[in-house]
Structures are given as C-alpha cells and as structure tokens.
Design a protein. Sequence first.
Length: 205
Amino acid sequence: MPKTRAEALRLARAVAAAPVNWGPGFVKRDPYESDPAFRPALDVNCVWQRERLPETVLATLTRYSELPAEDGKGPIRVAAVVTVHRAETDADWEMAGTLEEALRCPDQQLRQGERITELSSQGTDYGLRNNFTSEDTLAEYGKYFSDELGGPLYYHWVQSRVGQVTVAGVGRGAEGRTDAEVDAALTQGVTRMLSLAEDGLEAPE
C-alpha cells in the first residue's frame, strides 16, 4: 500500500488512463495532465475550483484525452482521475461525498464556458446491478453545455473504488456523436484503470 506522496503519485501515474486506453483514435489534449499538488473541489456556489491536497489524500492526477472532430462530428472529450488516499475509509468518504455533491448541486460550473445541468447520480456496492469489478461504484448523468461545442450534450461520470484508490472517468459528447460512443470509451478506460489499480495495490514492494 502506498504510504508516501511519492509512492502514491507513481501509482496514480501508472493507473491513469492514457489515450490508447479509451479506444482507437484518441489523442492527448493540451494540457494533458493536471498539477498533482492540487485537486478539484466543488465550492458552496456549485463552482469547481482547485485546492491543495488535504491530509487524507496522498496523490491525485487527472489526464485529458479526446477523439478529435472528423467528418462533421464533434470531439468526444474524456478525462481520467486517479486519487490515492491514506486509508480505505478516506476513499469511502470521497465516494459518499461525490454522491452528495450531485444532490447538493444538480447544476455545476465546470470552468469558464462549461457547465452541466440536471445532474443525477446512483451508487452501487459490489455484487449489485452487475458491479463485480470494484468495491463501490457510482455513475452520474447530466446535460453538458459549452461555449465552444454548444449543448445540451451528453455528460457521463463513472467513479469506482478499489481499496484506498478511487478511479474515475468522465465523458462529454458532441454533435454527431452518440451516447453509446461515449459510454463505450468510459467502460474501456475505467475498466483498464481498475485492473491496473488492483495490480498496483497487490504488487510486492
């Protein structure tokens, strides 16, 4: 189990999905990785901000990829988020907090020029609703609006926990893209991250 920030960051980098993990044709976005010294946090006004890592979090990393626009179809944009906590209980609290955020803020400002509305979420423990890949998982759906891409567009967030590690994937649709295309990318990316997280936590030191 990672016990230092350096160990946790190595694990997060090994787990976080690269473009190839989402499917054929995906490429890196610019910027590709977030600053690991900060994590996203939803403030009281339902606006996402960056904050320094709390003591309960050893490391977090976000990677951004996309399937570029082509043939009149807009880009499918995805992000992978891996967070390594000090303890399983801390990861549990993150999962519970994510569910609470959708209830508290069904409409959220992602960043300047981007927002989601009508957000809903559902949590599933291991063994329920065909969840046999993680100890706990949740899914969120909403409508995505972008000054660049328009809207409403499809928005889907999937987050799962394995031990002290949470992995998440978020996908945003575009004109000419189906919801199923976004879901397929998320399924592939998150499944791969869960497998890598399990391998990383079980590896001998």
